[in-house]
Write a protein that binds this ligand. Structure first.
Ligand SMILES: [Zn+2]
Ligand SMILES: [Zn+2]
Length: 137
């Protein structure tokens, strides 16, 4: 996987810097999408400044290496892009807990979009908001 990612950087004339490598390690180890601040907090030493984290994340988003997730918190979260394991997310509006949702029932809708508009969709985003089991007690 690392070699594939390095290739994406190289093919786009970008270098695979230490910071980019660390950002991908941190996102790869996370169980849910992380905010730039959480990513920064994961560095024990030499914390990079938020501006360079944002800049590198948006570069990697444009290269298709990471995906951006907006859970309506007023900031974006990021996760490693894994087209082979497409998923959505659900966030608890009380405690902020985030879970992956692996079911996706949108294929029918994409077919319908194709039939009615002629657009071949490449991706979609859909997030769910609610209250988790613990907070409902
Ligand atoms: Zn909760
Ligand atoms: Zn989906």
């Amino acid at each position: 996987m690392t070699n594939d990612i390095k290739k994406v950087f190289r093919n786009n004339g970008k270098s695979f810097t230490g910071l980019r490598s660390s950002l991908l390690d941190i996102l790869g180890a996370a169980s849910s999408p992380l905010s730039p601040k959480e990513i920064r907090d994961s560095f024990s030493l030499n914390k990079p400044d938020l501006a360079s984290i944002y800049r590198n994340l948006s570069l990697m988003e444009s290269l298709g290496i990471v995906d951006c997730v907006d859970l309506g918190e007023g900031f974006k979260r990021y996760e490693i892009s894994r087209p082979e394991s497409h998923r959505h997310h659900v966030i608890c509006r009380s405690c902020g807990k985030i879970e992956d949702v692996h079911e996706c029932g949108l294929q029918e809708m994409e077919k319908k979009i194709f039939r009615t508009t002629g657009f071949k969709t490449e991706k979609h985003r859909l997030e769910f908001f609610g209250v988790c089991a613990v907070c409902r007690k």
